[in-house]
Design a protein around this ligand. Sequence first.
Ligand SMILES: [Zn+2]
Length: 496
Amino acid sequence: MILCALYIALTCTITDFLSTPIKSFSDIVFVLLHWSTITIALFSILTLISLINKYLFSAIYTIFCFLSAILAYFRYTINFSFNTMILDIVFQNDIVVSADMITIPLILWVIIISIIGYFISSYRKNYILNFKSATTYVIAIIALCLSIILFYPNGRFTRPICERIPFNIINVTSKYISQRQEIETERPRQCKYANSVNQDSTIVVVVIGEALRPANMSINGYHRKTTPNIETLGVVSLDSVFSDYVYTNRSVPHLMTRATSANPEIAYTERSFIDVYKAAGIPTTTIANQDAEKPYVYFINEADSVIRSNQTKTVYNFDKWLDADILPHYNNILKENHKQQLIVIHTIGSHWWYNSHYSDEHEIFKPTMRSRIVSNCDSMEIVNSYDNTVIYTDFIISEIIKPLQNKNAIMIYLSDHGEALGENNLWLHASESEIMHHTAAMIWMSKKYIELYPNKYEALLLNKTQKHKTDFLYHTAIDAGNIKSDVLDSTLSLLN
Ligand SMILES: [Zn+2]
């Protein structure tokens, strides 16, 4: 069984670690520990399967080798990580695209790995289990205990194991099935009416940011010049906005819907502001640059058209994953020249691992971090890398605004939560601290928009210095498009 586990771990799982940034000896130890944990998990699961039936084991093991070989091939050749978007392409969209990826080297590699895998499993099959022997029970109990420890729901090891080859085969497939169920479970429309009262064409762009903390933006007084572009473009930054949650999966559904601190469950039962635009007959598009997660996959798919960039990335990729990939899609949509339009963009922003999320030319602050383990990084290196993501976000927002300048348009940016950079010895997000709740928000209006709706601009300037919760987004987004609807609570709109 050790040989069976090592075979997959050495030929396939290892490809998941080849792009991991290594700075020091402890990074190597860390990677080896991760890889060994997956090998032990594989050993324990395979052992349990082999106890059921030797033919069943042989069949499952060979299939595991076959599928792992496919994933390892793409992981090694194009640094592609298996995720639910890939399955979406294969099952929902364009099967021709998937067929194009089947090449001779891939076929040869998969055949070789599967055949050797089959022989290893057959070798294992020749051993007859002896249920009269105490050793069998000891091994079974050890395998069971290891499986419980390693796969304990939401446990310390579960995610790193389940998102790596071969366990991602099962994990991603089950995630995909539950996401499809989530999308297909129709939520009722909340608004009784939604009428656009626009005289002129209006473009509304809503950008959902990632882990952008207002304290590191020069527009809010940060000592480093991190947001020069948006300052020049006249963006109004709201530097007192707080999110109820400190991680994406909770925060995004909350800010997309009518959910409030008093009624947070609304995020999981109601539709988002995108649906109010649809009810008003306005074309809607979402462009997503983060992998789809069950809590917010419903909203991404609410729009009339859904575009995904960087479809082959997961958090375990460490090469470039840039928001610039959104821009060609965005510019194409603007060319469609609808009378009115809503575009919602979900960015990767300042997501960990920071170095992956800004381009080389935006690496202004140096040295940057070299290890992916926070405790192995120098704190100044982390801050440098983080600030480079802020510079990059400033560039992206300016590229989003530029084509809107001569139109009647408004852009609303809201980050899902903040980020800790060493305050009280905390880093990143998803633990409890004030700095993680404090999140970046900004609004930009074109000249034409301000001329048409001076009251909205004045209201925004009055709201700028007030303290707000991310609850404002749903209502502000509807108000921005001049939609009259029973679901709009104008008291929560920043434009009122
Ligand atoms: Zn987030």
